[in-house]
Design a protein around this ligand. Structure first.
Ligand code: FAD
Length: 479
């Protein structure tokens, strides 16, 4: 793969080609611009910068303004074998957008138009670089919602969520982003512009939406997406309970789902996270496992479902915390992820994100907690945030006391990776899957072969066929 060097004759020619495509104002070589595109939300590059080191940077940052420009940029990259890294909001936690081989960084944020709202089909189309909150606000003005409410709604893009198969707080009813997508426009690694089929449910071969959703920029750049939209519900109501142990609480959640009630959200905090977060953020000082759920829609249907969910919880809960504690949680739902409540340097912390079927999830939780807490100064906390009729997602985190984090960044990374991989291997051995919504990126790439076994060749061959010169986001997802 070729690097673009500022002082080389040939590189200057390539930069001229790029400037012709995007214009001088949309091409940047300044070191501040490069450095700001060298760090995402992955702890690794952040500790690197914190300790005065410079992580790998792009050679040039470009801001295309339409799909044609993206296509032309990729064609230049393909011709000269230059790495291309798509960048959305840079809020990913897996190092997926880090330009580790330099090259061209394509920041998508100037492609941010809502191009259609279809009030008959209940779909909306937007360019992929739109910050999701802007998309949501534009739809709200017309009485609609995407119902996709991740905690990073204000700092991540539609394309970033699609590329990472993101999940919002109401996913339990409305689905993850890959369930919300109707069709996609994508620029392939050779620069061709393609569209997936107009509707997502068909029997015309494999589903191309699902090839590109979750591909993390390794198979192409998503430039536009049409997604489902919804009316605002007549009402949304919440209720909270306290459980004496995780087994009973997990069982209550499982029964709500397998009995086919349709909550828009269930969130269950283990005893440690109830103390770590519920006490601090909500000011509810209860000791046990805090479970909250919500239903939305027509009020009579909401009340009916709420009653059945409450009956299930009352079989084993130790305290009914009522609707007020539930509502309080919803009103504070984003606070958990921002200062002063979110973990930050100098702590070492990682969200491992594991998904499994109900028969395995409790054993995985117990195993990962034991694995994490064997490391000195390390605490494990978890909540279960996205629920399906077959299993649920565990948002499991380790937090290392700063006193135990080495000063040398390479040693700090080694310690971090050891905790991470030890815990993830426990999850995989017990039948869990690496990630439900944070993606793979750089961080988990080398575990992909272990996770997939011989099935990984399907992904690898797809990559080899679409991107024979490995220019698209190289070294991500183990590709
Ligand atoms: C405070 C906080 C809270 C968070 N909460 C949530 C949450 O509730 N739910 C959730 O799912 N995630 C959450 N995340 C993680 C993050 O928001 C997601 O991973 C999101 O998908 C990243 O989107 P982005 O636009 O920031 O992408 P980036 O970080 O810029 O990129 C992520 C990956 O997508 C690729 N990519 C970006 N745009 C495109 C494109 N147009 N075409 C192809 N590939 C592309 C990049 O190359 C990279 O591999 C949170 C992060 C933070 C910091």
């Amino acid at each position: 793969m070729m690097q673009i060097k500022n002082d080389s004759f040939f590189s200057t020619m390539i930069l001229t080609e790029l400037e012709d495509i995007v214009g001088r104002d949309n091409m940047h070589l300044a070191s501040a611009e490069k450095l700001s595109h060298a760090v995402d939300y992955y702890w690794g590059p952040r500790v690197w910068v914190d300790r005065g080191k410079i992580p790998e940077q792009p050679d040039v940052v470009v801001y295309p303004q339409d799909t044609r420009q993206v296509s032309e940029i990729v064609k230049v990259a393909a011709q000269h074998r230059i790495p291309v890294t798509p960048w959305g909001g840079g809020a990913g936690s897996q190092g997926g957008a880090l330009p580790v081989h330099g090259g061209i960084l394509v920041d998508m944020k100037k492609m941010c138009k809502v191009t259609e709202v279809n009030a008959v089909a209940y779909t909306a189309t937007a360019e992929a670089g739109i910050i999701h909150q802007d998309f949501e606000w534009a739809l709200n003005e017309q009485g609609f919602s995407t119902m996709h409410f991740p905690a990073s709604i204000g700092c991540s893009t539609l394309g970033g969520f699609l590329a990472h198969r993101g999940t919002g707080v109401l996913s339990t009813k409305y689905g993850k982003i890959e369930d919300l997508v109707i069709n996609l426009e994508v620029v392939l690694p050779n620069g061709d512009i393609i569209n997936t089929l107009p509707v997502p449910r068909n029997a015309s071969g494999p589903d191309l939406n699902q090839v590109f959703a979750g591909s993390e920029g390794t198979l192409g750049i998503i430039t536009k997406a049409t997604v489902k939209i919804f009316d605002e519900p007549q009402c949304r109501k919440y209720w909270a309970y306290l459980f004496g142990n995780m087994h009973d609480a997990l069982e209550a959640g499982r029964k709500i789902m397998t009995r086919r009630l349709q909550p828009c959200v269930i969130r269950l905090y283990d005893e440690a996270e109830t103390v770590h977060q519920i006490h601090r953020v909500l000011g509810i000082e209860k000791y046990g496992a805090y479970l909250v759920f919500g239903f939305d829609g027509y009020e009579d249907i909401v009340d009916f479902q709420l009653r059945h969910a409450r009956d299930i919880c009352e079989e084993t809960a130790i305290e009914d915390l009522g609707s007020e504690c539930g509502q309080k949680w919803w009103d504070s739902r984003y606070k958990f992820f921002y200062p002063p409540y979110i973990m930050d340097l100098p702590e070492a912390f990682g969200t491992m994100d594991t998904v499994a079927t109900y028969d395995k999830v409790e054993e995985i939780y117990v195993g990962m907690k034991a694995a994490a807490e064997q490391f000195p100064g390390t605490k494990f906390i978890a909540h279960f945030s996205h629920w399906y009729e077959w299993g649920c997602m565990m948002y499991d985190r380790f937090i290392v006391d700063p006193a135990y984090v080495p000063e040398d960044p390479a040693e700090a990374m080694a310690m971090y990776n050891k905790i991470w991989y030890t815990c993830i291997r426990v999850a995989m051995e017990k039948g869990g899957v690496l990630n439900e919504h944070h993606g793979v990126g750089l961080k988990m790439g080398y575990l992909m072969r272990e996770q997939y076994g011989s099935a990984f060749q399907v992904i690898q061959k797809l990559k080899d066929a679409l991107d024979p010169h490995r220019i698209m986001n190289p070294d991500k997802m183990g590709l």
